[in-house]
Design a protein. Structure first.
Ligand code: ATP
Length: 295
């Protein structure tokens, strides 16, 4: 059998997320801090004959492998870009919760672009890959960088920032899938917000630090009102005494930030509430940036 290539892409949480306003094009203007965390999806690929595309997903049936799958959409976007259809057999190992606000589908799309660019020896300019990424989804470009990034626009304009000092994260994944579109449609917005600089003041320094008292997620209230299980999980995390806690993206995952992995592990033991709980660390850019390697 031909040798395979493999890429591992870590999930993200949003340490801060402001909805600045609604744009004339209908999208919401965001300002967010993306942060990679230690929970990975793995995509493995083998070359196949022209025009052939197979995608196997583990666990089987967790998400469909049809035309809506972001890996399949990434393949088709590359085919259109290069004007031919090299084949691929792909196996996606999903570990990032689905519909959890941790960017699982977007991570997979970025992974597919990176893996296939190498497997098919395309060597596309990174600006072309980033354009395809932004077309596939607002969160996809972040996954090319990983680490801590400021996201603006729909979230697709990404500015990489220096790594934060290590932090431990308690993640709670309630057993409910929250639709991002539904959350945004329930959001009531006033006039465009002015930028609250306090949360960003530290992140542009050489040793970035977040002002946790100023961090927030503007989607939290809508998600907690609409999906009571998320509200319950968030209350459970708050009782653990984190530096900061909120929902990730549009939920359903909630998280608490602790000063170390040890502190997060101690807190995990006394969590009472719904959902699956995990303790992960934040990842600096060197560990988070996805790379296609033989394996
Ligand atoms: P978003 O904020 O974009 O909704 P999310 O992080 O909340 O993302 P995802 O796990 O990316 O959640 O799943 C969102 C939707 O995307 C799901 O309904 C799922 O069916 C669809 N989807 C398409 N491809 C994938 C994929 N490869 N992995 C996970 N979900 C996928």
């Amino acid at each position: 059998m031909t040798d395979s290539l493999v890429v591992r892409v870590p999930a993200k949480i949003n340490l801060h997320l402001e909805v600045v306003g609604r744009r004339p094009d209908g999208f919401h203007e965001l300002r967010t801090l993306f942060q990679s965390v230690g929970l990975w999806d793995t995509l493995r690929g083998w070359p196949a004959e022209e025009g052939r595309l197979e995608l196997e997903i583990e666990p089987h049936g967790l998400v469909g492998n049809g035309p809506d799958n972001l890996v399949v959409r990434a393949v088709r976007a590359l085919w259109r870009e290069i004007g031919r259809r090299p084949g691929a057999r792909l196996r996606l190992g999903k570990n990032i919760p689905v519909g959890g606000g941790m960017g699982g589908g977007s991570a997979d799309a970025a992974g597919a672009l990176i893996l296939l660019d190498r497997m098919w020896a395309l060597d596309l300019p990174s600006s072309n890959l980033r354009r395809l990424a932004a077309e596939l989804g607002s969160d996809v470009p972040f996954f090319f960088h990983g680490g801590l990034c400021l996201g603006v626009g729909r979230g697709e304009e990404v500015l990489p920032l220096d790594d934060l000092p290590s932090l431990g994260i308690v993640l709670v994944v309630p057993h409910v899938e929250v639709s991002t579109a539904e959350v945004f449609s329930r959001l009531r917005l006033g006039p465009w917000k002015r930028m609250d600089d306090r949360v960003y003041a530290g992140v542009v320094d050489s040793t970035p630090e977040i002002e946790w008292s100023a961090a927030c997620n503007d989607l939290e209230r809508v998600v907690c009102e609409g999906w009571p299980l998320v509200a319950e999980a968030l209350e459970g995390v708050r009782r653990l005494g984190p530096l900061f806690s909120t929902v990730s993206g549009s939920g359903a995952t909630v998280f608490g930030v602790f000063e170390s992995l040890d502190a997060a592990s101690r807190a995990e033991c006394v969590y009472e509430g719904p959902g699956r709980i995990e303790v992960v660390e934040i990842l600096g850019r060197t560990r988070a940036r996805p790379e296609a390697v033989a394996g």
